[in-house]
Design a binder for this molecule. Sequence first.
Ligand code: FAD
Ligand code: MLT
Ligand code: ZN
Length: 476
Amino acid sequence: GAAQASAPNRLPFATISREDLAFFEQLLPGRAITDPEVLEPSNVDWLQSVRGSSELLLRPRTTEEVSHILRYCNERKLAVTPQGGNTGLVGGSVPVFDEIILSTALMNQVLSFDSVSGTITCQAGCVLENLSSFVEERDFIMPLDLGAKGSCHIGGNVATNAGGLRLLRYGSLRGTVLGMEVVLANGKVLNCLTGLRKDNTGYDLKQLFIGSEGTLGVITAVSILCPRKPKAVNLAFLGCSSFEQLLEVFQCCRGMLGEILSAFEFLDSACMKLVEDHLRLTNPIKESSFYIVIETAGSNAAHDEEKLHSFLEEVMTSSLVTDGTVATEEIKIKALWAIRERITEALRHDGYTYKYDISLPVEKIYQLVEDMREHVGSRAKNVVGYGHLGDGNLHLNITSPFYDAALLSAIEPFIYEWTANHRGSISAEHGLGLKKKNYIHFSKAPEVVLLMGYIKAILDPKGILNPYKTLPDTCP
Ligand code: FAD
Ligand code: MLT
Ligand code: ZN
């Protein structure tokens, strides 16, 4: 695919010399990779929409090694792109030019687990799904879950402040990350690895690194507060004939399910068609305009089922819902979740994907999809809407058989202007990365962007950490 984001010119960073290579090879024997074939997947993003040309991939195992790498790179003015599972969707996780890739793939150790508080402390490169299994064996769950769980790293999750499917219930990582260890651009290690729930001793610096997308430091370890594993989980997969009815179901659901509601997700009929066509998944209910995935998680199966059933009775008898199915067994729950979780994958099979991740007042979110359909007309192959309805987070995706610059200029800035006019955010959970950084002004005031630039300059004065990302090319 062609590069979607126009890359600026390469900044005057150093290029890797023979001495540099010798240094890294000595520091990380066998883990300073220059083989182009091994480097290839790290140079291309998950969407295969942006590509860098790095010639060096470093795989440290310890915080100390990360510290040595950054101290050296900072002195030599070598640019570095931190990389976790490379599942990021805004082109932030791959180099733009020849930045060195610093991968957390080998930093995958759990450091400790406190079974009283449910706090897990681990290295940044632990794969989310592995952490989930680890804590589930101890009767806890991770406070976040996303479709990329099999490959994303917890450090990448924290660096992007990933939202996902459980945010509605357990809140954002800003609340559940209790501690963090981070290596600054100059190699200094900042140890904020406390496992305390409360700590108001001055500025909460770890918050700066949550959602900083590798531009302020390399996260090497985190402490995360895990909820207890629910004893009962139920899933309802429902169909609705209009978005207005879907909103009514949402309100009814919040009222009737209350504290046991753990997810409220939606997809439109175009998404259902994509997962049917490209992934051969089957629609478990009658064809509808909209589908809802409702999950409940609680401590008493009988109590939860009773609540769920009276809710279902209410929405069925009032005809808000046209059809539905309920699952209580894990295997069926997983199969139903797959329909929602694998839309991203289905889209990748549909062609080039123009991906948007918008926060809006919940009652507005589908209007944007309809306006976009009308706006781009037949130039698009598909215009689909899905997302974390309970969080007011719409994923609006558009596909075309190949990258089409004319289509892109029909979509942008239209979508950003629409979002700003409705006081939304142009990135709800994916971040800005390379693709969205120059649209930051649609969601943040000039003085805020200016202050971001000052913070970047203090923490990374030479700008070696993930250059060309997150901050706009021109500061206000
Ligand atoms: P990467 O993609 O490797 O990196 C992402 C960014 O973080 C880059 O800017 C990188 O430089 C930086 N970074 C990575 N590790 C570190 C570190 N240790 N220190 C400092 N910076 C670092 N996102 C959501 O929010 N919600 C979802 O529901 C969701 N679902 C997804 C489903 C699929 C199928 C896919 C492919 C992606 C999804 N994403 C979602 C996006 C993506 O998974 C998340 O952004 C994820 O948190 C990225 O983790 P990663 O380890 O892959 O990071
Ligand atoms: C999701 O909610 O499925 C993810 O954020 C990925 C996507 O937006 O496609
Ligand atoms: Zn999402």
